[in-house]
Design a protein around this ligand. Structure first.
Ligand code: AIR
Length: 222
């Protein structure tokens, strides 16, 4: 029996972007709002592919009952894939996988400040592990309870993996993925040609002019 969606989860869900869809196909949940900035990329990618997504917060340690309610309400909300992000002793993805038959993709979160920094932020000193703690906590699941784990802070790949899972039963989504991969490959070819034409120094100078401070985003947008 699938329990009805609990009120508390419904209230804490920060966004249910059902544009184009009646229900969210992907649920993104994270252990703390300190993960939100880095997990926003996952929501962006899913929206670019036109996938309905909800985003919420629940901590396996600070709010275990909320996690249980969240997981038990997933199917009733129409969710097909869960992306669960947590840092430190990251048990969120594993606990959710123990409460639902839906596929769960874990995103181990690194510290919000670099390892070795004097201010170790919200991690209360756990920043020294550089995300290795979260990676192992997420990936080393006992047999019988699978969690698919992406890289530390791998929000984008978590979203793309969710899209691939959904695309198994959605030809439009599969076509978008093929276009995405084609564009990505073309982008690399274009860069290789530019590097050949401009040389190393010229290429780096042009890159610095185009994106003086921004991240090096090489993948095309959809
Ligand atoms: N966390 C929160 N509850 C359980 C865990 N593992 C994680 C969050 C975040 C880190 O602890 O996912 O990555 C620090 O959270 P905060 O709220 O102290 O900044």
């Amino acid at each position: 029996m699938v329990p009805s969606e609990p009120q508390s989860v419904s209230e804490s869900t920060s966004e249910r972007s059902d544009r184009g869809k009646d229900l969210p196909s992907v649920s993104i949940v994270m252990g703390s709002d300190s993960d939100l900035e880095r997990m926003a990329e996952a929501e962006r990618v899913l929206k670019e592919f036109g996938v309905g997504v909800e985003v919420t917060i629940a901590s396996a340690h600070r709010s275990p009952e909320l996690v249980r309610e969240y997981a038990q309400g997933l199917k009733a909300r129409g969710v097909k894939v869960v992306i669960a992000a947590a840092g430190g002793a990251a048990h969120l993805a594993g606990v959710i996988a123990s409460l639902t038959v839906l596929p769960v993709i874990g995103v181990p979160m690194g510290p919000t400040v670099p390892a070795g920094s004097a201010a170790l932020g919200g991690f209360g000193g756990l920043g020294v592990m550089s995300g290795l703690d979260a990676l192992l906590s997420t990936v080393q699941m006992p047999s019988g309870v699978p969690v698919a784990c992406v890289a530390v802070n791998g929000a984008k790949n978590a979203a793309l993996l969710a899209v691939r899972i959904l695309a198994l039963c959605d030809e439009d989504l599969e076509a978008k993925l093929m276009t995405y991969m084609h564009d990505q490959s073309e982008e690399v070819k274009r860069k290789a040609e530019q590097l050949r034409d401009l040389g190393v120094e010229g290429y780096l100078a042009k890159k610095a002019r185009v994106r003086p401070h921004g991240p090096d985003e090489t993948s095309p947008r959809h």
